[in-house]
Write a protein that binds this ligand. Structure first.
Ligand code: G1P
Length: 322
């Protein structure tokens, strides 16, 4: 599609200078069990945050940070996720005929972001195994990849730009960390960190180790992996050498820990903004409300309703018979 090509070319011309990766990987092979029954037929990554699927938000972030290609890791039969990025001529024709140009623009946005490819993870063997599937579709000259977990919205966007700058300066791999409450550490990959003596940015820390879903007593810090990784290509070799870890799965965290143990430089950028976890209904709802409050067509009415709903005058009986 003409418009899409122009938009993609404009992005890549702007971005070749900045980012140190061309391919962004989005693992999307999970069953979405926490969203059943919705995810019986609708992939979790297509659930809308207001009106835009989570995976389109993540793809936009990747494209804005310089990715030219998105590789989606899917599971057998989960091709709807990829279809979201494919031009739909019938739908576009109908919208154009009806003069719905505003909707046409919305529909064309995803396919204009970047090139999209997919690889299939035949068996659910873990995040590390999902990322390993991507090696075969990389070009020989790609020495790093970005990985964005579609459950995580890291806001405001832009942490991948900082991570690219850190890799350019310090080499190796760079991850995004968030400081989580102590009682949540065991839901994450947790970093053992140390300050970087010559760092200008105090949010850049050296990683001396990483452990997946530790018990609180074993957690080396409260800095947790927040779903954004800029990984050196060496990760694929490490992924071939790990054994199943937490939950009996091949963990990306364990491959990163192996690289660290072998002297590969790993740093984190501590993200101090906000973050939503789209991976469970509670976090997903918060994201939807947060995004809707920012939209001029929905925000004011929603704010007013929430105010009323949470206020002392709320009477469910009255509302039910309204
Ligand atoms: C995954 C990673 C974990 C990371 C988390 C961030 O876990 O394995 O290291 O901290 O994403 O959301 P999951 O949430 O898929 O269990």
């Amino acid at each position: 599609m003409q418009g899409g090509k122009v938009a993609k070319a404009a992005r890549s011309a702007r971005d070749t200078a900045g980012s140190c990766f061309r391919t962004a990987v989005v693992p999307a092979a999970g069953l979405g069990t926490r969203f059943l029954p919705a995810t019986k037929t609708v992939p979790k990554e297509l659930l809308p945050v207001v009106d835009t699927p989570g995976i389109e938000l993540v793809a936009t972030e990747a494209a804005d940070s310089g990715a030219q290609r998105l590789v989606i890791v899917t599971s057998p039969g989960k091709d709807g996720v990829v279809a979201h990025f494919v031009e739909d001529l019938v739908l576009e024709g109908t919208l154009a005929e009806r003069g719905k140009f505003h909707l046409l623009e919305k529909v064309r946005k995803a396919q204009a972001l970047l090139d999209v490819a997919s690889v299939v993870q035949e068996e659910p063997l873990g995040l590390g195994h999902a990322v390993a599937q991507v090696e075969s579709v990389l070009d020989d000259d790609e020495d790093a990849i970005a990985v964005l977990l579609p459950d995580d919205l890291v806001l405001p966007c832009g942490v991948l730009d900082v991570m690219s700058r850190v890799r350019r300066k310090r080499g190796g791999s760079v991850l995004c960390a968030i400081d989580v409450p102590k009682d949540e550490v065991s839901a994450y990959g947790v970093f053992d960190v140390a300050p970087v003596p010559d760092a200008v940015n105090p949010n850049v820390l050296r990683v001396n180790g990483m452990v997946e879903k530790p018990a609180l007593a074993d957690a080396p810090s409260t800095f947790a992996a927040a779903g954004r990784y800029l990984l050196d290509r060496a990760i694929f070799d490490a992924l071939r050498r790990i054994e199943p870890g937490a939950g009996g799965e091949l963990q990306l965290t364990d491959a990163i820990a192996l690289l660290i143990a072998e002297g590969h430089p790993v740093h984190v950028v501590v993200h101090r903004g906000s973050r939503h976890d789209l991976g469970n209904p509670g976090g997903y709802l918060r994201a939807a409300v947060d995004f809707a409050l920012e939209r001029e067509e929905y925000g004011p009415a929603l704010r007013e309703w929430l105010h009323h709903r949470l206020g002392p005058d709320w009477d469910p009986q009255l509302t039910a018979t309204d």
